[in-house]
Design a protein around this ligand. Structure first.
Ligand SMILES: NC(=O)c1ccc[n+]([C@@H]2O[C@H](COP(=O)([O-])OP(=O)(O)OC[C@H]3O[C@@H](n4cnc5c(N)ncnc54)[C@H](OP(=O)(O)O)[C@@H]3O)[C@@H](O)[C@H]2O)c1
Length: 249
């Protein structure tokens, strides 16, 4: 993807040091946005800044732990005035409910639900003052597709979906759009680390017969963040390969 459609805009991408977030950040930078990259890992953040700057695009990195409310607000302050917020950082710990302790449940809610809540609360008022902005959340098909494991993750992502609809209503009249892309399984560093030698299971879950690539999600984020989707507000767009039938063809 390259065009200058986002020239003059600044985008904050959370969780840009890995997987889907890295692909999103690359895309937005190549579309002309100045990108504020976020993650916890300073070394990976610096490497991506270098890579993007070598391409002639503009990026800087801010480290913050989104499980901490104060650190999340510091990230918002250090990002400054942004036109585009992509809330992508997230964690998934797939365990049965009885094996999910309070700390794991709280981690999911803090990073996947509360952090976007705090970032939107801190950054959307500036967007409304300027009369324009676009917020894109990365949700998950897990919010709609139950499984025998991962209930805490599904709940945290369901929160992101309903927040999208609230914020579309709250901020839409002032020119700020809020949408979510909800991916099905995608091959990333995170899913590789979680599944190891069993990672191919991700390719068996949907009608396309394969998991997604981070770039396929990044293209949707670019669409939702940019002017081509100017009439889209409060949408939850599923990018999950389609439902797989259990009946024989
Ligand atoms: N991959 C999938 O199959 C899939 C499917 C549906 C939805 N999603 C969603 O897509 C998003 C990205 O997933 P991914 O697979 O690309 O993940 P990933 O490869 O594990 O990367 C996760 C990113 O989030 C950041 N992050 C995690 N915990 C954080 C914390 N406490 N504070 C700050 N940053 C934190 C990581 O930063 P550092 O590594 O620098 O700490 C990293 O940049 C997540 O919201 C996930 O729920 C993924």
């Amino acid at each position: 993807m390259s065009s200058n459609v986002l020239q003059g805009q600044t985008a904050l991408v959370t969780g840009a040091t890995s997987g889907i977030g890295k692909a999103i950040a690359r895309n937005l930078a190549r579309q002309g946005a100045v990108v504020v990259l976020h993650g916890r890992d300073q070394a990976r953040g610096n490497a991506l800044v270098k890579e993007l700057q070598a391409e002639g695009t503009s990026a800087r990195f801010v480290a913050a732990d989104l499980s901490d409310a104060g650190d999340t607000l510091r990230l918002a302050a250090e990002a400054g005035a942004v036109d585009i917020l992509v809330s992508n950082a997230g964690l998934y710990e797939f365990a049965p409910t009885a094996a999910t302790d309070a700390a794991s449940f709280d981690r999911h809610i803090a990073v996947n639900t509360r952090a976007p809540f705090l970032l939107v609360g801190a950054l959307a008022p500036g967007m409304t003052e300027r009369g324009q902005g676009s917020i894109v959340l990365v949700g998950s098909s897990a919010a709609r597709m139950p499984a025998p494991v991962g209930a805490a993750y599904g709940a945290s992502k369901a929160g992101a979906e309903i927040l999208t609809r609230y914020w579309a209503t709250e901020y839409g009249p002032a020119g700020v759009r809020v949408n979510t892309v909800s991916p099905g399984p995608v091959h990333t560093e995170g899913t590789q680390a979680m599944l190891g030698e069993h990672v191919a299971v991700l390719d068996t879950t949907n009608a396309r017969g394969r998991a997604g690539d981070p770039q396929e999600i990044a293209e949707i984020v670019s669409f939702l963040a940019g002017p081509a989707s100017s009439y889209v507000n409060g949408a939850v767009l599923f990018a999950d390969g389609g439902e797989r039938s259990v009946l024989p063809a």
